[in-house]
Write a protein that binds this ligand. Structure first.
Ligand code: HEC
Ligand code: HEC
Length: 221
């Protein structure tokens, strides 16, 4: 529900970025409609179980490689922004344990909840979540083929020690992953819904959690 309110905005302009503190922005942005996601039933016509599993992962990959997820799973030192996945402005970077460089404090700008901005900027809201931060490098998806991403997210040595059950739970229930479908005004949500993605991941696991064979080049960056 769009709310029209007198904004008691305390706005700090830092480094060209508007950082709101405590204001309810007046906004009436057009809703951004997300893409749909196929259900497991739509893959039933594929008789071969392994082929069905691979096809379902290819559909799941539409979520994983969507900018709402990819922007936080970069391979480099910087997160990305927007549907064109440009480098984060202003520049922020991850902590580099090896060099001792201290990372940027994400929560300085990313608060507990999405924040709609009323000022004229290139974006309509600032993403928010209490645990806003980078996915670790071992979980980087940027620049990888979907078969590589598939093998990586199944690998307990790289995926945070999750077996397939915990991996499914993470995608189906984690509240930071949930942000992908509730990304705030001005951003396209990830395809489908978190529930639909969870069902698809379960069906993929039930058919053997097979990974696509050849690397389709849908993830060129
Ligand atoms: C100085 C303020 C500031 C800091 C610090 C900051 N961000 Fe941001 N971030 C923003 C603003 C403003 C936006 C919205 C811009 C946009 O969407 O174009 C944003 C957007 C993003 C997005 C884009 C989401 C999407 O899907 O488009 C990601 C990802 C992100 N930030 C990650 C991070 C991470 C990780 C950190 C900490 C390492 C961080 N940010 C620190 C200001 C900041
Ligand atoms: C704000 C940044 C951010 C966004 C947005 C984000 N993630 Fe993550 N993701 C993380 C962090 C941090 C971790 C590591 C946390 C952990 O292991 O519990 C992670 C871990 C994961 C993992 C664990 C396994 C692995 O190898 O990566 C999966 C799966 C995952 N995210 C899926 C998603 C999906 C799907 C989306 C989009 C709908 C998404 N993430 C969006 C930050 C993000």
């Amino acid at each position: 529900m769009p709310v029209r309110s007198v904004a008691l905005a305390v706005v700090v302009v830092c480094c060209g970025v508007i950082v709101p503190s405590a204001a309810l922005a007046q906004s009436n942005p057009p809703p951004v409609v997300g893409q749909s996601l196929k259900s497991p039933a739509e893959f039933e016509s594929i008789g071969d179980k392994a082929a069905r599993s691979r096809a379902m992962f290819t559909e799941i990959a539409r979520v994983l490689t969507h900018p709402r997820c990819m922007n936080c799973h970069p391979a480099g030192a910087n997160p990305q922004q927007g549907s064109d996945r440009h480098e984060h402005l202003p520049p922020v970077w991850r902590e580099d344990v090896a060099s001792g460089a201290i990372g940027t404090n994400c929560s300085a700008c990313h608060h507990d909840e999405n924040f709609a901005v009323s000022e004229a900027t290139t974006y309509k809201s600032i993403p928010g979540h209490p645990r806003w931060g980078f996915a670790p490098l071992s979980m980087a998806w940027q620049g990888k083929s979907i078969s590589d991403i598939c093998r990586q997210i199944k690998d307990v040595n790289r995926n945070g020690g999750r077996d397939l059950k915990l991996l499914q739970e993470h995608i189906a229930k984690d509240d930071l992953v949930a942000w992908g479908w509730n990304p705030g005004p001005g951003r396209e949500p990830a395809p489908g819904s978190q529930e639909a993605a969870g069902k698809l991941v379960q069906a993929w696991i039930d058919t053997g959690a097979e990974c696509p064979l050849s690397p389709p080049s849908i993830n060129p960056q």
